[in-house]
Design a protein. Structure first.
Length: 188
């Protein structure tokens, strides 16, 4: 592996631009959907948002219609507006979608869905970004535990916040940090 880049404003902005150059259309489409349908009062609006986010992020949830119905039935608008971590947990679990006799935890999808509804409250989890955070944690002193990558939104958010603080990146949103971590993480 090449030498790990130290994240700073210039590096992060460079990877945000690279992400944007490659993925602007999906972001524009999701942005339009969320602005057009910000709430969860109509089943088909929730289904449309869930299907598009599932597709563009490649979360591969085959039972996305069942998960969308679950989201619709939860009445989570206030949780999302207030940035409650409970919104992530409620989306990720309790849907009764089973694989190998166990309910699937859709933590990654839930963080993405919540982030699109409130960029300032929810960091986006995916395995590429989490692995890069683990690598950076070996080279810098910030709070990162295994709980941060095991479906614990409070721990994951604390890890991302500590990463931002450690490298002086607090002015970057969770969405921007995700774009950096995901794009650079794919390289390393």
């Amino acid at each position: 592996m090449a030498e790990l880049l130290r994240p700073n404003s210039e590096v992060v902005n460079g990877y945000i631009k690279k992400f944007t150059d490659e993925s602007q259309k999906p972001d524009d489409i999701i942005t339009h959907l969320i602005k057009t349908y910000p709430n969860h009062k109509n089943d088909w609006e929730v289904r449309l948002k869930a299907v598009v986010i599932n597709n563009f992020y490649g979360t591969f949830i085959s039972a996305i219609n069942k998960l969308a119905t679950h989201i619709y039935n939860m009445n989570i608008d206030n949780l999302l507006v207030n940035g409650s971590p409970e919104a992530v947990t409620k989306i990720a679990t309790g849907h009764k979608i089973i694989r190998k006799d166990k309910e699937i935890n859709f933590f990654s999808f839930a963080t993405k869905y919540c982030n699109w509804h409130n960029h300032d409250a929810y960091p986006i989890y995916d395995s590429v970004s989490a692995r890069l955070l683990q690598v950076y944690n070996k080279h810098a002193d910030f709070h990162f535990t295994e709980h941060a990558i095991t479906n614990e939104i409070v721990e994951f958010k604390a890890s991302v916040d500590d990463f931002r603080n450690c490298f002086g990146l607090s002015n970057f949103s969770y969405k921007e940090i995700d774009k950096f971590l995901w794009t650079y993480g794919k390289e390393v």
